[in-house]
Design a binder for this molecule. Structure first.
Ligand SMILES: Nc1ncnc2c1ncn2[C@@H]1O[C@H](COP(=O)(O)OP(=O)(O)O)[C@@H](O)[C@H]1O
Ligand SMILES: NC(=O)OP(=O)(O)O
Length: 311
């Protein structure tokens, strides 16, 4: 019988935002991933990259100017770098955890490109926050460089870039081949490297794709049973941040659509997770999406925690 597949999308809490944090977080995350593999799941992993891609872009473009022969790097190249260095940590962390348990499986990171539509409206309105939180003075400097910034209530300022929807996964066949061989794949990291087709050539786009939307597309493409989005909270809340905030345990796609209509979910954080979940469920049978924290991951798989979205 074919093994069941799960896509695990790792947010900042399961991953950290810089190298030391990442090392520590990955150790804990690898244990949960290994539990799932031990439990007989075929696992595809994807991850966040907004803090990292912003840091890499600043490093490449600021320091690049200061040294002869160093050149700056476009956002698509920075996305590729973020996939490489996050994947490197993740694949070693998972490999080590599996070895400790006597499980001999390969873990591979696929530098994944994601086809986007060059006419996607999102290119006209940069909305995806990346990089560090900045003071107003630093934000002004960024704007003078030609970058876009946005104020994040109570937290300072952040760069924002375009975030087109992912249309197709260029490396999907190799991702499927790794899963068919019952090995572990890390793919579509940071939403995938956004590219546009120009004849036979793929050109990088100056954008960062929402990793939750990429995770949903990946889950659809590999025909996963479960899309598990691991984030900073145990549950999705209704009336988030208000006095009558209420955690959602179970909702169906109709209820999710109604809540979206009511404007229950923030566009830059929870909305893409819910939309990706609904889209995943609507395109298959007996599928389940889970939004929860790393701590609740195992319990949520048995419907005992987290926010579960079903048909
Ligand atoms: N309706 C909601 N219910 C719960 N958390 C919410 C909601 N809306 C926004 N959030 C916030 O959004 C965060 C998740 O978004 P984000 O930080 O972008 O995720 P990640 O990096 O984990 O993918 C949560 O940790 C929480 O602080
Ligand atoms: N690419 C992306 O969605 O990253 P974050 O989850 O860090 O925002």
């Amino acid at each position: 019988m074919a093994k069941k597949r799960i896509v695990m999308a790792l947010g900042h809490n399961a991953l950290g935002t810089n190298l030391p944090e990442q090392k520590e977080a990955v150790g804990k995350t690898a244990k949960v991933i290994a539990d799932f593999i031990e439990g007989g799941w075929q696992v595809a992993i994807t991850h966040s990259n907004a803090p990292q891609v912003g840091m890499i872009h600043t490093a490449m473009n600021e320091f690049g100017k200061q040294h002869d022969g160093y050149t700056s790097a476009p956002m698509s190249v920075c996305s590729a770098m973020s996939q490489g260095y996050i994947g490197y940590d993740l694949q070693n962390g998972i490999r080590a955890e599996l070895l400790k348990r006597g499980i001999y499986k390969s873990v591979a990171t696929i530098l994944t490109q994601m086809m986007v539509n060059p006419y996607d409206e999102a290119f006209y309105t940069p909305m995806k926050p990346i990089g560090r939180f900045m003071s107003q003075e630093d934000a002004k400097v960024e704007e003078e460089k030609g970058n876009y910034v946005e104020e994040v209530s109570g937290k300072g300022f952040r760069r924002v870039v375009a975030s087109p929807k992912p249309v197709s996964i260029v490396e999907i066949d190799i991702i499927k081949a790794i899963l068919d061989a019952d090995q572990i794949v890390i793919a579509c990291g940071g939403g995938g490297i956004p590219v546009m087709e120009q004849g036979c050539v793929l050109k990088g786009a100056s954008a960062v794709i929402e990793k939750d939307r990429a995770a949903g597309l990946l889950a659809k493409e590999i025909d996963a049973e479960v899309l598990m989005i691991l984030t900073g909270v145990d549950n999705v809340d209704l009336n988030y941040g208000k006095a009558d905030e209420t955690p959602i345990g179970l909702m169906n796609v109709k209820e999710a659509a109604d809540y979206i209509q009511e404007g229950q979910f923030e566009s830059s954080s929870m909305l893409p997770k819910i939309e990706a979940s609904v889209d995943f469920i609507e395109h298959g049978k007996n599928r389940k999406a889970i939004i929860t924290s790393l701590q609740m991951a195992k319990a949520s798989l048995e419907d005992n925690a987290g926010t579960i979205i079903k048909d």
